[in-house]
Design a protein around this ligand. Structure first.
Ligand code: SF4
Length: 288
């Protein structure tokens, strides 16, 4: 490096420090120096590899959180275990979600221990449908409520707070957990979605959305029965489409689709280029 021009000493020092650091393109990427940037890649690799082997990622059947998706094509493709074509998915939101769920389970179990009353049941396996078991976050034995924790970013939290309420797949997931708890012989009066502000600096934004599940005599409400009956019929039809895909008698794109910006971006089969090259994957809302 040549001599610096005659700037004041303080400026000369900061320019020298700047010049000795890694190129700004590297620093801007992921580290304060070339070593730090390379090291961040090592850390990232360990986290990605561990996330790819998480039980949720390796699960071969669809759980209650997936059955309520609006798009037939997405669910049928998952049931057929087609390889993902959407490679932009980042495991970080689910890593944060998994860690927060583990912390919440500890918190509610600790509340049982402090009070000496078994009010909360955390992380219980339930089977609302023989082929689609799942793990429900929380049961409240005092309120007879099934609670699902969601740790959400700002825009998702705003949707839950809106007049339209949570998206269909969240509601279906809750009702399936409610049915699963009933199948265990426990009373369920209501289901509740506890939406926590994942990216906020405080818990002030916690918002609870609820839906009645059964009347005071324990009879499941007609609108709940109607929605769950619809979901089970849809699941059967989607299974039949998946079997056709596996047998090679139809392709993913032969299944009806319901593209939406929210759903497609996170869908494992999203590949906008498919609209142009006709290759694997689903173009979502992109037209050729
Ligand atoms: S990309 Fe969109 S339209 Fe295609 S399967 Fe996924 S959710 Fe459905």
């Amino acid at each position: 490096m040549g001599a610096l021009p005659a700037y004041p000493p303080a400026v000369q020092q900061s320019v020298a420090e700047f010049m000795s650091a890694a190129p700004s393109s590297v620093r801007a990427l992921s580290g304060s120096s070339a070593w730090a940037s390379t090291y961040s890649t090592t850390l990232r690799r360990v986290i990605h590899e561990h996330a790819a082997r998480a039980p949720r990622t390796l699960q071969s059947y669809l759980g209650p959180s997936e059955l309520g998706a609006v798009c037939d094509r997405q669910v049928a493709g998952k049931m057929a275990a087609l390889p993902a074509t959407n490679h932009v998915s980042d495991p970080w939101p689910s890593i944060v979600g998994t860690a927060c769920h583990a912390w919440a389970a500890e918190a509610f179990e600790a509340d049982n221990a402090r009070s000496g009353v078994l009010r909360w049941v955390a992380e219980q396996k339930v089977t609302p449908h023989p082929n689609h078991p799942g793990t429900a976050d929380l049961y409240d034995a005092v309120e007879h409520a099934v609670v699902d924790h969601k740790f959400l970013g700002e825009s998702s939290l705003a949707k839950v707070r809106s007049a339209a309420g949570p998206p269909r797949h969240y509601v279906v997931q809750l009702l399936l957990y409610g049915l699963g708890y009933r199948n265990l012989g426990l009373p369920v009066r209501r289901v509740a979605l506890a939406a926590y502000p994942r990216t906020a600096a405080s818990l002030d934004g916690l918002y609870v959305w609820e839906r009645a599940f059964a009347d005071e005599h324990g009879n499941v409400l007609p609108d709940v029965v109607e929605l769950l009956t619809e979901v089970f019929a849809q699941t059967e039809q989607r299974r039949a489409w998946a079997d056709e895909i596996v047998a090679g008698r139809q392709g993913l794109l032969d299944v009806s689709a319901d593209p939406s910006a929210d759903e497609c971006y996170f869908c494992p089969f999203y590949r906008p280029q498919a609209a142009r090259d006709g290759g694997t994957g689903c173009p979502g809302s992109v037209s050729a």
